[in-house]
Design a binder for this molecule. Structure first.
Ligand code: NAD
Ligand code: UDP
Length: 326
């Protein structure tokens, strides 16, 4: 528990990462306001917190102005899975850009510290490996991922302009593929897809030939990075890469999940989606040296915990999968 209790706003607080962050901040003794429009978030993710006296949930869309009183803001509101952010791409860009403007405006009025959940997608399909923060990226501005990538890039621009123009205390973290309990079974991202398919004995849908790579970070490690970044001195603005720098091919991931679940599922090959990055891995030298942070959970351990979560969730049967498990 930290010595000073703060009032903290978490936008996207009912989502996968947001709910873990709210839980951590409550455990640290803070007063937490969770704001979410429940597009990809669920009340079930925060149901355990609802009876805590210092936790409050508000249904609100960040593309509309918000008037509350807080000391710190973590801005996470935005669908993160390609399937969900491409469902209504115009709304995705609005959430990132107008949402950032609204939350920065709020932070400015309150003189509050504000952290932006940015993404490795700002690097696009990178030509530099691993990706350091100084790499400016290779994003297709008119492709199907652009609503997310360019929205997040513009949000970073807004954060740094508020920092330079209004002396706002900002933090920007670039998150690399993070997984764990509370991802949605229909989330569409690779870890949840493969685990759900393996547990149900359905075919594992490998896009492309599976040689594309990602680096997978377990949720608890990432949340520790968030908190360290927020609590760092004010000259530490980022952007700061947060991720687990162990590059893994998607084919290897499929094999590992089949192995860990003891599934009989076979791999089926599907076309690689447009603009799917071929190689991705963070350079986390800055996080290591400045925040003294690095992930502690290896892929096998993190996947085992996530498999356990989905196993319990799916055991509830169709229609009950929205109920809280962890
Ligand atoms: P998620 O989809 O589970 O969570 C996003 C949350 O934001 C959901 O609860 C959703 O309902 C809410 N939301 C969406 N639009 C909103 C709006 N207009 N107003 C209010 N709430 C809104 O995804 P996540 O994995 O928890 O991601 C959280 C944040 O972290 C996102 O900003 C995402 O871009 C970023 N991020 C995540 C990853 C990852 O691997 N998990 C990687 C890079 C960046
Ligand atoms: N992927 C896959 N099968 C799936 C879902 C995803 O092979 O059922 C691949 C996808 O093409 C990408 C990688 O897994 O190469 C990671 O995809 P995800 O959607 O999790 O995240 P992102 O592409 O945003 O990193």
């Amino acid at each position: 528990m930290s010595s000073v209790s703060k009032r903290i706003l978490v936008t996207g607080g009912a989502g996968f990462l947001g709910s873990h962050l709210c839980e951590r901040l409550i455990a640290d003794g803070h007063d937490v306001l969770c704001v979410d429009n429940y597009f990809t978030g669920r009340r079930a993710n925060i149901v355990e917190l609802l009876n805590q006296p210092f936790f409050e949930a508000m249904r609100h869309d960040v593309t509309h102005p918000l008037f509350v009183e807080v000391d710190e803001i973590y801005n996470l509101a935005c669908p993160a899975s390609p399937v969900h952010y491409q469902h209504d791409p115009v709304q995705t860009t609005k959430t990132s850009v107008i949402g950032a403007i609204n939350m920065l405006g709020l932070a400015k009025r309150l003189k509050a510290k504000i952290l932006q959940a940015s993404t490795s997608e700002v690097y696009g399909d990178p030509v530099m490996h691993p990706q350091p923060e100084s790499y400016r990226g290779n994003v297709n501005p008119i492709g199907p991922r652009a609503c997310y990538d360019e929205g997040k890039r513009c949000a970073e621009t807004l954060f740094f302009d508020y920092y330079r123009q209004h002396n706002l205390r900002i933090r920007v973290v670039r998150i690399f593929n993070t997984y764990g309990p509370r991802m949605l079974p229909n989330d569409g991202r690779v870890v949840s897809n493969f685990i759900v398919q393996a547990l149900r004995g359905e075919p594992i849908t490998l896009y492309g030939d599976g040689s594309q790579t990602r680096a997978f970070c377990y949720v608890d490690d990432l949340i520790e990075g968030f908190v360290r970044m927020m609590n760092a001195p004010d000259d530490i603005t980022g952007p700061m890469n947060l991720g687990n720098p162990v590059e893994t091919s998607i084919a290897e991931l499929a094999e590992l999940i089949v192995d860990l679940t003891g599934s009989r599922s076979r791999v089926v090959y599907r076309p690689l989606p447009a603009d799917d990055p071929i190689q991705r891995c963070p350079d986390i030298t800055e996080a290591k040296t400045i925040l003294e942070w690095q992930p502690k959970t290896d892929l096998k351990t993190g996947l085992s915990r996530t498999i356990e979560y989905f196993d319990k969730l799916l055991a509830k049967g169709p229609g009950l999968e929205h109920e809280a498990t962890a």
